[in-house]
Design a protein around this ligand. Structure first.
Ligand code: PRT
Ligand code: ZN
Length: 286
């Protein structure tokens, strides 16, 4: 039988849409009708298992799935022996300690001897130990943010994204203890055939990711400014320069990184570039 790899993705939740979108952007076709627990791609040797995120690290460690997409918070909390292949840049959040808004916060010693409610006892326990704080950790699986108002704990440790859940529950964030984003994980013992499929998948994911952080830029430049402009935008190998119908002008094309994009655009305008067009890149293969 031809080799196939199995990837575990979250069935429905904050990771699902971006996980499936990334796989589709890699050109991998599959059907994920509602309620389906399994699906096989029609054009790539990959099979999908749709699971709760809590179960993904364990399934990958046990080899039930070869790969998985999961939040780092869940991965570290579950403490399973798997490989992290790649950070995926979505589902970003932080794990933070929070206390009632009206309380004074003198620093971490606030938590000495206190009760803290969380769904992340391992990450919190390791953090407090490393800081020399002894507290009682109460593990609860959901609605952690109501724990202080019902008298269960003096503080909580939970996932924060915008901060609005804390605010709505009269809490304030006092310490960030862990940063998380979605990661691609793999089983430790893949055979060579599976490894080579994983390499193909990683190659495509890298191309999609590089495309996302890069922009294709086209601009009109007076010929005397070309040298100066080229120094500002080296491009992938070097920029493309095409003559315009109007004498003395050229069109310069290049690729810019999104992080430094606005700085570059300002420099280019100052150097004489006009009519700057910025085009998204779907994939980038170097
Ligand atoms: O059903 P299943 O077990 O698969 O899903 P789940 O309910 O356990 O997880 P889900 O889908 O809520 O989240 C999946 C992953 O997304 C988490 O493990 C994190 O890695 C990541 N993530 C990113 C978040 C958030 N942002 C987030 N805001 N996970 C949870 N939240 C919750 C948080 O628990 C709190 O209740 O949103 C609230 C805080 O949000 P703000 O924006 O109000 O601060
Ligand atoms: Zn979960």
């Amino acid at each position: 039988m031809e080799q196939i790899i199995r990837i575990a993705v979250q069935k429905s939740g904050r990771l699902s849409d971006d996980s499936l979108a990334l796989i589709k952007e890699c050109g991998i076709k599959f059907y994920n009708g509602t309620g389906k627990l399994k699906s096989t791609s029609t054009n790539f040797p990959i099979e999908f298992l749709f699971l709760r995120d809590d179960d993904i690290p364990g399934y990958v460690a046990d080899g039930v799935a070869d790969l998985g997409i999961v939040g780092e918070n869940e991965l570290v909390e579950k403490d399973k022996d798997v490989l992290t292949l790649k950070k995926l840049g979505f589902s970003k959040c932080r794990l933070s300690l929070a206390i009632p808004k009206g309380q004074d916060y003198p620093g971490l010693e606030f938590f000495q001897g206190k009760n803290i409610a969380t769904s992340y006892p391992k990450i919190l326990g390791d953090y407090l130990t490393s800081k020399g704080i002894k507290a009682d950790i109460h593990e609860i699986s959901g609605s952690v943010e109501i724990a202080p108002s019902i008298g269960l704990a003096e503080g909580i440790c939970d996932i924060v994204s915008s901060g609005s859940t804390l605010m709505m529950n009269g809490l304030k964030e006092v310490e960030e203890i862990f940063k998380s984003e979605a990661v691609l994980i793999s089983n430790h013992d893949l055979n060579e055939a599976k490894k080579s499929i994983v390499d193909k998948l990683l190659f495509r994911m890298n191309a999609v990711q590089k495309g996302k952080i890069s922009k294709y830029v086209l601009m009109n430049v007076p010929n005397e400014a070309i040298d100066k402009i080229i120094k500002l935008i080296p491009g992938m190998r070097s920029p493309t320069i095409l003559p315009l119908a109007q004498e003395g002008w050229s069109s310069v094309h290049s690729v810019l990184n999104e992080d430094t994009f606005w700085e570059h655009i300002e420099e280019l305008r100052a150097a004489g570039a006009e009519g700057i067009l910025v085009v998204p890149i779907e994939k980038m293969i170097l």
